[in-house]
Write a protein that binds this ligand. Sequence first.
Ligand SMILES: Nc1ncnc2c1ncn2[C@@H]1O[C@H](COP(=O)(O)OP(=O)(O)OP(=O)(O)O)[C@@H](O)[C@H]1O
Length: 226
Amino acid sequence: MHIRFDQAELRFGDRVALKALSLSLTEQRVGVIGLNGSGKTSFARLIAGLAKPTSGRVTLDDLNTVTDEKAARAKTGFIFQNPGHQIILPVIREDIALGPKSQGLTAPEIDRLVDEALARFGIRDLAARRPHELSGGELQLAALAAVCVNRPDVVIFDEPTNQLDLKNRARVKAAIDGLAEQAVVISHDLDLVSDFGRVLVFHDGVLAFDGAGQDAIARYREIAGC
Ligand SMILES: Nc1ncnc2c1ncn2[C@@H]1O[C@H](COP(=O)(O)OP(=O)(O)OP(=O)(O)O)[C@@H](O)[C@H]1O
């Protein structure tokens, strides 16, 4: 998918979360790194239509995230920092079924799509479980299944390996690496994006570097002074 920012800026009162940015992204894997408060989540929320640019515009395959809001939103899936908060039904299977149900599909069609999504992320064993019983990694995968069942073109991850142990981190990394969909990955876990062909470094709401993973990490280390 072609994600495009045209002088898109996001402000909250006097505070500029993201300064006017023009950018074109078509890569399958895009990493986003930078210090706390540098504008990464603001950038991601603008793509997903969860925030509207205060000025300028953001388009997804020529659909404007504001004027074509519904169609643009359908192209994106967002995995939040705390995926437990986005699983709203009491049982994982029911939660994954929410999207297909809203499309008015028949019960067997819904069952088939949910089974496919569970199998795709290797979480069939979680189908009957409740979100509060799951580990952080399992929650990430359950949220990913619930997002991908809706067939988005791009999946946006906000710090997907935050607070995960090595085993869960590896599981989530494998799921991201294996995605057929385009992925935009915000991360403080630099290894997660180091082999991405395109990684954006934000600093103070400005795009400070745009290039290959290893180069972006080097630039980020300079900014962080370590
Ligand atoms: N709803 C809001 N109201 C006011 N200011 C906000 C709001 N959301 C973000 N900001 C400010 O915008 C700036 C960028 O925030 P953003 O969440 O995009 O940063 P980030 O790089 O994702 O940070 P982190 O790594 O800590 O998650 C920060 O100064 C933040 O305080």
